[in-house]
Write a new protein. Sequence first.
Length: 265
Amino acid sequence: MTHVIITGGSSGIGLAIAGIYASRGAHISLLARNLAALESAQALLGKKCDVSTIHIESVDVADRTETEDTVRRCEDRFGPCTILIACAGVVEPGPFETISVDDFDRQLQTNLFGAVHAVRAVYPAMKARRSGRIMLVSSGAGLIGIYGYTAYCASKFALHGFAEALRSEAKPSGVKIGICFPPDTETPQFTRELETRPREAAVVMGSVAPWPAAKLAERIVDAIDKGRFETFFDLTLWLLGRFGSVAKPMLNLWFDRAIARINRP
Ligand SMILES: NC(=O)c1ccc[n+]([C@@H]2O[C@H](COP(=O)([O-])OP(=O)(O)OC[C@H]3O[C@@H](n4cnc5c(N)ncnc54)[C@H](OP(=O)(O)O)[C@@H]3O)[C@@H](O)[C@H]2O)c1
């Protein structure tokens, strides 16, 4: 039986991914903090499938013990996790010296350690069974540093290092590790983020239209189906992912000039 566990499954990209697996008849466990949002997501997905195949759990993935206990409850209900999607994430933009220590730390605790806690809860058993898939949701901001995103970039870059090392360790067991780097995507988080995105960041990130969450989710599920390690979504992110160390000195020069222009009196 396919049992998909999705952290951050109550909203945005995670919910869109859940929709695809619901249409496929999988058993799905959605993890997030806000119970009301989880219940709404469950009801929404219940229109595509038997609602008893959707399990919800309120949990803060930043808490390791809570996350591991929650995953155990999901597995008691639907059996071993066959696919984990670590999608829970938060972003609080702002220049480094203006964001509070708590806001900085929360981004690391959720985006990096929250994903690690979820992986820790399923990976040893997947390895023992010699099967399973894990998809980590990073960001374009995990490929290049962006003004106003020190904590977010740190968390999403770190996820890449974690994924690369874990892929190497997991390879002999047949457990497939994947990581994806979404561009701007139409979700509640994106709407909130735009309200506080520094204009320096807006200038360097350009005005490319955000992706619909459903389209992004299709690409993520396709990558999981194919056991692909890295997913970049568009040519710019692919070039950054593949040739970033060569391109970034020039890109950063261009970014610095664009930022200097808007700050000129
Ligand atoms: N949207 C974009 O433009 C974009 C671009 C690149 C990468 N991403 C990444 O994609 C992922 C999904 O983002 P989204 O845009 O779909 O955001 P979203 O709509 O705000 O969804 C975020 C999900 O994560 C959950 N979450 C947040 N903190 C959590 C915590 N501590 N413990 C458990 N669950 C938590 C939220 O539920 P609760 O708040 O109820 O906990 C919600 O279900 C994130 O990792 C984000 O960084 C998004």
